[in-house]
Design a protein around this ligand. Structure first.
Ligand code: NAP
Length: 289
């Protein structure tokens, strides 16, 4: 029941209409009997800093931040957590003295998601497809969690070089190797974990994968696609058709939300409850497997 004590959290971004985050947070609030509601706020271009200021004035408990504001929002915060600073992107704002403190829960969210699927990063040789905002966080995660080598393949080689250089420098490890996407045939002849972090294959563009060549997929033992709509992407299908195991990104979405919820409310969400919320998410999205 919404009453005079109800606290508000929400999502700021543009667009926000497609978001599944209200399902995660409102389900958690219900299960934990917290008097909290989570709603989407569409923020027009040029308004992000006033939105953050307004949210502080309205005493909102916390916010998630999505495309295109994950970097821009940092300017409006009173504090930014070290990990988020290193990654250069904030997706969670937590109420603090005088405003909000920014965190990045995408990277630990992906880590928790991978762990729950039994995927290890330590000592792994990985292929990372993409060099955009999400791929940057993945590159940090791989470097941070001890991957031995990560081949970062991107359509624009320049961007891959830039991101790889920055991650290597900030983590003090020379583990990210930038490559042009078109040079994928030059990958060593061995089996890799592949993380798909481009936007190719995202609904409604479901019939495409960033690489179509089956020879590439024969080198993949595990494919992790950050995309979760559709729940079986063409990339995942190609990995499976060539003998690998494949996962979609819905658990990453789940855990980045759970970590944000934990930060806002000072609680720890059990794995059992996380999986219950995951079932609700899957049901809402019509995902059976
Ligand atoms: P972004 O910053 O716009 O980056 C897009 C990436 O895709 C770039 O590397 C870009 O290459 C590449 N790309 C786009 N069109 C391409 C094409 N036609 N051929 C080859 N490469 C192409 O996007 P982002 O924020 O990193 O998001 C990437 C994906 O991750 C999205 O699908 C998003 O839905 C997903 N994601 C999922 C979660 C989750 O919780 N599961 C969280 C964040 C993101 P160039 O650099 O050459 O342009």
């Amino acid at each position: 029941m919404i009453d005079g004590h109800t606290r508000t959290c929400g999502l700021i971004g543009n667009p926000v209409e497609h978001t599944m985050s209200p399902v995660i947070h409102n389900s958690l609030a219900e299960k934990l009997s917290h008097n909290l509601v989570y709603v989407p706020f569409k923020v027009e271009e040029g308004q992000i800093l006033s939105a953050v200021e307004g949210a502080a004035a309205l005493n909102l408990l916390g916010l998630n931040v999505t495309v295109p504001y994950k970097s821009q929002v940092m300017e409006g915060l009173v504090q930014v957590d070290e990990l988020a600073k290193k990654i250069g992107a904030v997706n969670t704002l937590v109420r603090t003295e005088g405003g909000f403190k920014g965190y990045n829960t995408d990277m630990p969210g992906l880590y928790r998601a991978m762990r729950s699927e039994g995927i290890e990063l330590e000592g792994e040789e990985a292929v990372l497809l993409g060099a955009g905002g999400a791929a940057r966080a993945v590159a940090f995660l791989c470097a941070d969690r001890g991957a031995s080598k990560v081949y970062m393949l991107n359509r624009s080689l320049e961007k891959a070089r830039e991101v790889a250089g920055e991650v290597n420098q900030k983590t003090g490890r020379e583990c990210i190797y930038p490559m042009a996407l078109s040079d994928y045939r030059e990958l060593p002849d061995r089996k890799f974990l592949a993380i798909q972090a481009t936007s190719v294959g995202l609904y409604p563009d479901v019939d495409r994968s960033v690489i179509e060549d089956r020879d590439f997929y024969r080198k993949i033992h595990t494919g992790y696609d950050l995309i979760y709509k559709p729940s079986t992407t063409r990339f995942m299908k190609l990995v499976k058709d060539n003998g690998g195991q494949a996962f979609h990104g819905l658990k990453m979405l789940l855990y980045q939300g759970i970590i944000a919820y934990e930060l806002w409310n000072g609680v720890s969400v059990s794995e059992e409850m996380a999986l219950e919320v995951y079932e609700i998410l899957k049901e809402k999205m019509g995902i059976k497997e």
